[in-house]
Design a protein around this ligand. Structure first.
Ligand code: HEC
Length: 144
């Protein structure tokens, strides 16, 4: 047997390796998708949460904030803002209504979005739902 590395051997390694990693990819995809319903508590997504998500998108909140680490790094992470604000939707609503304010050191205040009471309730409910998603404890501390 010669020690040469033939084209056939190279092809077999390529096909074998590809098949192996495609299999692992598919298995991990099933594993992730299977675990999601338990982790995201989708049974708690009600009309208000849906409205809040729309408000979130229409006002581009993610253009300044991160949510579970995704988004822009201008303003605080909001995945756990509900907990940071003492598990209070009223505190979130009060905060959003109160902006902008002067004198925040090092950065500008959040702008005013003129949301209706219904939209404010929705966005607070959306942020409450987000705080209850099992995202492997991200962010790692209460400050966000
Ligand atoms: C133009 C950038 C910008 C956008 C867009 C924005 N925010 Fe903010 N937000 C900020 C900044 C800056 C702060 C912190 C400064 C402050 O206290 O005003 C903040 C703070 C917050 C806080 C308090 C966070 C904390 O831990 O103190 C909440 C809640 C919040 N924003 C919600 C929202 C929601 C909901 C939206 C979309 C409707 C939104 N933000 C859109 C800039 C933004």
């Amino acid at each position: 047997m010669s020690g040469a590395f033939t084209k056939t051997m190279a092809r077999n390694i390529f096909y074998g390796g590809s098949a192996f990693f495609i299999f692992i990819f598919i298995a991990l995809t099933f594993d992730t998708v299977g675990a999601l319903p338990e982790r995201d508590h989708r049974e708690n997504i009600n009309e208000q949460v849906i409205l809040g998500k729309r408000v979130w998108e229409n006002n581009n909140c993610v253009g300044c904030h991160t949510l579970m680490g995704e988004g822009a790094y201008f303003a605080p992470e909001l995945a756990n803002v509900y907990n940071r604000f003492g598990n209070s939707k009223e505190a979130i609503i009060g905060f959003i209504k109160s902006r902008p304010v002067d004198g925040i050191p090092g950065r500008r205040s959040m702008p005013q979005f003129n949301l209706s009471d219904e939209e404010l309730e929705g966005v607070a409910e959306f942020l409450k739902w987000t705080s209850e998603v099992d995202d492997a404890n991200w962010p790692p501390n209460i400050q966000g």
